[in-house]
Design a protein around this ligand. Structure first.
Ligand code: PA5
Length: 425
């Protein structure tokens, strides 16, 4: 079970600071659990692990099996919440199927799209195009180009290789998919993009990658429990603790939070987390800027800033207790490199000690350090982690005094871009 460890940060706060913020955190929790806050029409993610559409879930599995059978590659076209979650889960848990899942439509770079187009040459492939609004330029234009290539390769059969994840009833992509008869999945009305990884948005690509989505959902469901076995803390209580402590530090001038992991395969999960917190909290002139680092790599670059630079950073470590891979450091007769003190140890032991050392070094120098302990990298633990973070983003956003479910700031660049591109409204 995942644990939040605040021991290193507590010494940098006072009892009074935590006590003072607590009523706001409780009120925020009530807004989430009772649906009484701003944006409550987007609370669908909250009960999803228990109430998800079983028929659609079964269809996702059947479709994933079909794609695995007929495609070497699945191209997932989507941006923001329409791809970050699935990419994060697949990178972290690995692709266990013979179908490679690649991501496109999350930028407007010709260089990137050219690489994707070349990668598809001579291979069997399909598209999962994902857009709730159906009007987002990046995925829409990428889909137009890739669909053209699909038609060139498969002719009339191309339509059978397009899987569209759209709004339930409206939008350009919904209408196109219905018209063309593409296999269609839905983004529920009450689930916003960044909270949608446990819907078809995330689940279809994840299932194609061979990840056990039953386990993923079971992990998320266990995080919905309000009471847990003795010695464990319910996810909602941990989410409240996390929301409290990060808001206390924000009020003390810590305006950046770095999610730091010692596993490079966690990098995309950190990207998902950045979107979740960045879009949920960064508004009305408020919010913590979410950032991420991969250690020990970044200890040899940005580690200097965290240790010695301006005191504005909260550091939240992801501590994965058990590595799924063990590599033993061999003994060496002449010990020319002086490393025999490590002989016989697993490399993951060194990684674990590096984490403990970094947490100590940074907290000793006044960095508020939090840790989230994940026992193992399994679909169940990751399902739990995802739900815990969604809960935490919602509670923390309400504690901050913002609507955690809208993203009005995303529209500003689009207005200018469409004008500069000459779109007529
Ligand atoms: O969290 C969000 O709502 C956004 O990041 C969206 O997911 C993103 O803008 C893509 O939107 P759409 O699915 O409508 O193309």
């Amino acid at each position: 079970m995942i644990k939040l460890n605040t021991q290193h940060a507590k010494s940098l706060t006072t009892e009074a600071e935590m006590t003072n913020i607590w009523p706001r955190v409780e009120a925020a929790r009530d807004k989430v659990t009772h649906g009484t806050g701003e944006g409550s029409e987007f609370l669908g993610w909250r009960d999803l692990p228990k109430t998800y559409d079983r028929d659609e879930f079964a269809r996702i599995k059947t479709t994933a099996a079909e794609i695995q059978k007929n495609s070497d590659v699945l191209v997932v076209i989507g941006i923001g919440g329409s791809y970050l979650g699935s990419r994060a889960v697949i990178e972290l848990l690995g692709n266990n199927s013979s179908t490679e899942v690649i991501f496109s439509g999350n930028n407007l770079s010709s260089i990137e799209l050219d690489k994707t187009l070349k990668k598809l040459d001579g291979r069997d492939w399909s598209i999962n195009v994902i857009s709730k609004s159906g009007t987002t330029l990046e995925p829409a234009v990428t889909f137009r180009i890739l669909r053209q290539k699909l038609i060139e390769q498969y002719g009339e059969k191309a339509d059978g290789r397009i899987y569209a994840t759209t709004d339930v009833a409206k939008g350009t992509l919904h209408d196109l998919a219905t018209e063309q008869g593409w296999t269609r999945f839905v983004v529920p009305d009450d689930v916003g993009g960044r909270y949608s990884v446990l819907t078809a948005v995330g689940l279809l690509p994840i299932a194609v990658a061979g990840v056990n989505i039953d386990e993923l959902m079971a992990g998320a469901e266990s995080a919905t429990a309000e009471t847990t076995a003795a010695g464990t803390v319910p996810a909602i209580d941990m989410a409240m603790q996390y929301a409290a402590i990060r808001n206390v530090f924000l009020e003390k001038g810590f305006t950046v939070e770095v999610l730091a992991s010692f596993e490079p395969s966690f990098a995309q999960m950190a990207e998902w987390w950045k979107q979740l917190f960045g879009e949920s909290e960064g508004k009305d002139g408020k919010g913590i800027l979410p950032d991420s680092m991969i250690f020990t790599t970044d200890l040899h670059s940005l580690g200097q800033y965290i240790q010695d630079g301006r005191r504005q950073i909260i550091e939240t470590f992801i501590n994965i207790a058990k590595s799924p891979v063990e590599i033993t450091i061999p003994a060496n007769d002449d010990n020319g490199d002086g490393l025999n003190y490590l002989a016989g140890q697993d490399l993951s032991f060194a990684n674990q000690k590096a984490y403990e050392a970094t947490a100590l070094a940074h907290s000793e120098d006044g960095v508020p350090v939090l840790s989230i302990d994940i026992p193992a990298i399994t679909p169940r633990e990751i399902g739990y982690f995802i739900y815990f973070m969604e809960l935490a983003a919602a509670i923390s956003g309400y504690t901050l005094g913002v609507n955690p479910f809208d993203q009005p700031g995303v529209e500003a660049y689009k207005k200018h871009m469409f004008r500069l591109l000459g779109r007529e409204d």
